[in-house]
Unconditional design. Structure first.
Length: 136
């Protein structure tokens, strides 16, 4: 990160911390929330697969056929919108700030029972602090 920061390359970080009903890769109930690669599902708009008649037969392969909730649709909309903007312009929308040292500013996407929640905050949680302090 510091190399990118020192060379004035725009860097953006995000953290997806959502309660998934099923781990996409393991296809089993998720005991820990967001699993590896769950963000890819949302970037591809996975909840909308159920809405497309020609793809409906594939739905049992997506999260074991569980029905998507409103926050999952919102999360997909957020991810598709942000990444589309990033691909077109090299920058996401204004609510996603550029990475800054020493705070590790990150775009957090979380959820409650009904909505996707967005927040810019320090990505420097206790686990990251441990590793940074260990190798600094």
């Amino acid at each position: 990160m510091e190399k990118c920061y020192d060379s004035h390359i725009d860097v953006y970080m995000y953290h997806l911390d959502i309660e998934m009903p099923i781990d996409w890769l393991l296809q089993t109930p998720s005991p820990y929330g967001t699993g590896h690669a769950n963000d890819i599902l949302f970037m591809l708009g996975y909840p909308y697969v159920l809405d497309l008649p020609y793809l409906r037969e594939y739905w049992p392969y997506h999260l074991c056929g569980t029905n998507p909730s409103p926050w999952q649709y919102e999360t997909a909309d957020i991810m598709v919108r942000q990444w589309s903007q990033f691909i077109k312009t090299g920058k996401p929308f204004d609510n996603w700030s550029q990475f800054e040292l020493p705070n590790f500013d990150s775009f957090y996407i979380t959820n409650n029972a009904t909505n996707a929640l967005l927040e810019m905050k320090s990505g420097l949680d206790e686990n990251m602090k441990f590793w940074i302090n260990k190798y600094n």
